[in-house]
Ligand binder design. Structure first.
Ligand SMILES: [Zn+2]
Length: 228
């Protein structure tokens, strides 16, 4: 299988960079916790790591991934048909189910505690639930992130039914309404589950955005977040 995959990557390379002699290419399937793929140049060779969930994927899907990764590596536009092909594949019901099962089994134990030094997420959740959701949302697992990640402010993980808020907000100089807003946003993700539309994922629907604006200090919270 890696043999076939290597050939596919060679072909994609020739198609995208016809004037450059193809380097040595090494493709490996690895047991990642999610469908993750990477490519990098190491000592003149192209090293490709593909999720082992793609091992049985049809040739056209591997072709699509090869084009996407190589195009990205050389900062070329990713051919639309390949992007589309790969997205379609990820959206297949069977693939989604497998991804979720694997994430559950291999997922890192990134959950910490809802009790921070300043704020208790469960307490804030219950309060928001009463005020804005008529107490109807079931409380998921809540946790401050383990690391002070800036990239991900908050996150609702539907597979683990958990909301994680970045620990950078668990500080005395952070106003409570900001933590409330972050949690409120993630709670809306529970209320409005991700809609799978054909091959596109819609994370924030119009309905979602409208409801988000009902948060009492929405503008203040947005402004503060932008300033961060
Ligand atoms: Zn969101």
């Amino acid at each position: 299988m890696p043999q076939v995959a290597t050939e596919i990557f060679h072909e994609a390379f020739r198609a995208l960079r016809p004037r450059t002699p193809a380097p040595e290419i090494e493709v490996e399937f690895r047991p990642y916790a999610d469908i993750n793929n990477f490519i990098r140049v190491r000592e003149g060779r192209l090293v490709v790591g593909l999720s082992d969930m793609l091992e049985g994927a049809p040739r056209s899907v591997l072709e699509a991934i090869a084009f996407i990764l190589i195009a990205k590596l050389y900062r070329k536009p990713v051919p639309k048909q390949h992007q589309h092909r790969y997205r379609q594949f990820l959206n297949r019901r069977s693939v989604r189910r497998q991804t979720q099962a694997v994430r559950r089994a291999r997922g890192r134990k990134w959950l910490d505690s809802p009790q921070g030094t300043q704020f208790h997420l469960e307490e804030i959740f219950d309060d928001l639930n009463q005020r804005h959701f008529e107490g109807r949302l079931e409380r998921p697992r809540l946790s401050w992130s383990r690391t002070a990640a800036r990239a991900l402010l908050g996150h609702y993980d539907s597979v683990h039914n958990a909301i994680i808020v970045s620990k950078i907000f668990d500080r005395p100089d952070v106003p409570r309404f900001l933590v409330e807003y972050l949690l409120y946003h993630e709670m809306l993700h529970i209320k409005h589950p991700v809609v799978h539309q054909r091959s596109r994922r819609c994370f924030h629907s119009t309905e979602f955005r409208k409801e988000e604006k009902r948060f009492p200090r929405f503008q203040d919270a947005k402004r503060l977040l932008n300033a961060l």
